[in-house]
Design a protein around this ligand. Sequence first.
Ligand code: PA5
Length: 442
Amino acid sequence: MNSIRFDYSKICQFVSKEEMESLFPQAQQALKSLKDGTAKGNDFLGWLDLPIEITTEQLQDIEKTAAALRARTQVVVVIGIGGSYLGARAVIEALADSFHNYEPNGMKVIFAGHNIGEDYYHELLHYLQDKEFGICVISKSGTTTEPAIAFRLLKELLESRVGKEEARKRIVAITDAAKGALRTLADQEGYKTFVIPDNVGGRFSVLTPVGLLPIAIAGFDIRELVKGAVEMRELCLNHDRSLAAEYAVARTALYRKGYAVELLANFNPKLHYITEWWKQLYGESEGKENKGIFPAGVDFTTDLHSMGQYIQQGVRMLMETVVSVESPHYKVEIPADEANLDKLNFLAGKRVDEVNKMAELGTQIAHVDGGVPNMKVVMPALTALYIGQLFYFFELACGISGCMLGVNPFDQPGVEAYKNNMFALLDKPGYEEASKAIKARL
Ligand code: PA5
């Protein structure tokens, strides 16, 4: 079986073999606690078995629903935020054509509900006013403000454009089985719905309908994605020295040496949203109790011209994990030029990717020389199968790593703070006392 690989050989000058070895028993213990359900946050361990539990009937239902939406619309707006948004966007952006914006698959998928930008919504409503569009609204709690505002705006536009009856056929809701305002609304309006399992948290939900339906709507192969995750589960779940355990151990060893920030770097612009998904996964899982590696992302070579200076010579608190794609799908050669005014003829006949790979290698050597420990995750190609493997690899490593850190990797109590203040400032019923208190501070 071809699979993604993890290489941490370049961290040996930063962490000794003995230090690494001493951490493997902790990783084994962490993995065991995830598998036997004794880990902190153990009511949210459903993601461990999602890839093998999803049934053919469930996949068919998702594909059928996607096909029905595609048949009725030119554009589907996927509404969601955080874990109810990033996984789908990561896969779609990774697999879609960079310029045709998914249209080669006959469908344009766009996103809303992940911000509260008034101009964004003005422009979105304007863009949609002459389009045949549908809505896929996703919220596990069913009460999140950002997607709820977006849904209110888009539902109103859709109903006014095509009528309530047709709108009902173009709206799909993905939410809790019983709780939350979105569930109540969906049941009342008679929308097609999918359920997010109780025991799967938002940032671990990409292999539920949360990720799979938007990806299927965009025309990509969700079975390959799930297959990749199944393969990675087999490789990692019953092996104490799997690549997921190695990654968890390597980053933990570096963190304990004072490397407090991990940069996830790529040399392929299509991976930008995979990095965004990873940032949420690790940031929300580990950043608590005043602990945790700060996850940051860089897109190379683009950011070498903006962040490269800091990475090379700034405060030495950075470790770097490069997600490297081995083979591009297409071949583009650099042409020769008779005048050679740009002095680039030494590259003539070489593939663009050859230059990119040398940039990657040169960067790795420079960063290690500059005091940035470097790790690498290699994907043989950017396909749904390998993305499925990558998701499960990162999720399992995150669970192991979070348990080694001693936190509950599956809750996110800190995200409530801004919401409470926002509701108090907006005079939400029930927030009267908080409202008085916060306004006195202004
Ligand atoms: O990972 C998480 O739990 C969060 O990021 C949520 O996914 C995010 O806040 C959206 O929540 P909901 O799906 O309830 O609207």
